[in-house]
Design a protein around this ligand. Structure first.
Ligand code: SF4
Ligand code: SF4
Length: 341
């Protein structure tokens, strides 16, 4: 039987070999090329051995936010009175996880508003191979060229501001004007804003500055008086028809493949969320560093009406053709141009 000490040594050695291999590949192929190679390796490994527990997940870095949006699930939890972990306490936690062989693959830094704790993210993201920051876009984006920024936006100006506060849309327009950063917009579709989807896509396609748009649907959360935002199944299915039509026009600017939208339809979605892959493979920590179950939305989210894209995207990735498509997209991102059609 392998002792804890021996296991730690094995993990450290694997990590050292991997880092060396990454350095050598970077010198031969450039940093982006090496990243692509490692993505192929990781996806192949996940496919063969199954997704390791903790491969992807999220950290609520703070319980504070500079906004107070009407649809925020965060405030269904009583976090505000409890002190959040300090930067040093988080680093201590990551070091502890490292010893346990935690995979440190992909982390979404969320909140609250994560950019209120830039120094923590800057230190913490060095532990992960891939980092996403989901922000409300009202704070200037730091120059983190390797990070994927997801800016939460609720449709065209008027709809967005009615949900998040006057003037917030214009702040986003100003802050995303950063050509050297990887920025995607993320819109949660509700009964109130679904009519704005097409205008929203057209406006941002024309305005430029972002790599694309990710759509999700509103997930009801018990304890929040927001059930009027839930679109209902019939409307949700109609919006999915629209998204597929818009994807026909805008292609990869609408970030998800059609297979994922199809899985979100009312006759298919519950079989997927009942057995949610995301909750099985992900890690989610709250601002106090405690594990949050079953996912980042916490125990009060209504899984039967989940509109989060993650369970569907993970399910879709069980299809090998989609894994190839994801790799193709990474290749395009790595080398900045389409290589196949
Ligand atoms: S910006 Fe995000 S965390 Fe802040 S109130 Fe809005 S939804 Fe909640
Ligand atoms: S709310 Fe959605 S993502 Fe979270 S556990 Fe339920 S089904 Fe999965």
């Amino acid at each position: 039987m392998v002792s804890v000490k021996e296991k730690e040594l094995q993990i450290t050695e694997q990590r050292r070999l991997r880092d060396n291999l990454f350095d050598i590949s970077s010198r031969i192929m450039g940093k982006e090329g090496a990243k692509f190679l490692f993505k192929v390796y990781d996806l192949a490994r996940f496919d063969i051995f199954g997704k390791p527990k903790g491969a992807i997940g999220s950290i609520d870095v703070t319980n504070r936010c500079n906004l107070r949006c009407r649809h925020c699930y965060f405030y269904a939890h009583d976090y505000e009175s409890e002190p959040e972990l300090t930067d040093d306490e988080w680093i201590e936690k990551f070091e502890g996880l490292k010893k346990e062989g935690f995979p440190f693959y992909q982390c979404s830094w969320i909140g609250g508003e994560p950019l209120l704790r830039k120094s923590l993210i800057e230190r913490g993201m060095r532990y992960f191979k891939s980092n996403l920051v989901t922000t409300n876009g009202t704070i200037e984006l730091p120059f983190w060229p390797d990070v994927n920024f997801y800016i939460s936006i609720d449709g065209p100006r008027e709809m967005h501001d009615s949900m998040r506060g006057k003037g917030t849309y214009d702040k986003i327009v100003k802050n995303v004007n950063r050509p050297n950063l990887k920025i995607l917009l993320s819109m949660v579709i509700t009964r109130e804003n679904y009519r704005g989807v097409e205008t929203f896509v057209d406006e941002w396609r024309e305005r430029g500055g972002v790599r694309g748009v990710l759509f999700q649907f509103y997930t009801p959360v018990k304890g929040l008086e927001n059930d009027n935002l839930w679109p209902g199944w019939e409307l949700r299915d109609r919006v999915i028809d629209d998204l597929i039509r818009l994807k026909g026009i805008h292609g990869d600017f609408i970030f998800l493949p059609n297979e994922v939208f199809e899985m979100m339809r009312s006759d298919r979605c519950q079989a997927i969320t009942r057995d949610c892959l995301f909750s099985q493979v992900s890690f989610c920590f709250d601002p106090q560093g405690r594990e949050k179950r079953p996912c980042m939305m916490g125990p009060m989210a209504d899984c039967t009406r989940c509109g989060c894209v993650l369970p569907f995207h993970l399910k879709a990735l069980e299809d090998k053709r989609l894994v190839l498509r994801e790799l193709f997209m990474s290749l395009r991102k790595a080398f900045g141009r389409p290589v196949l059609h």
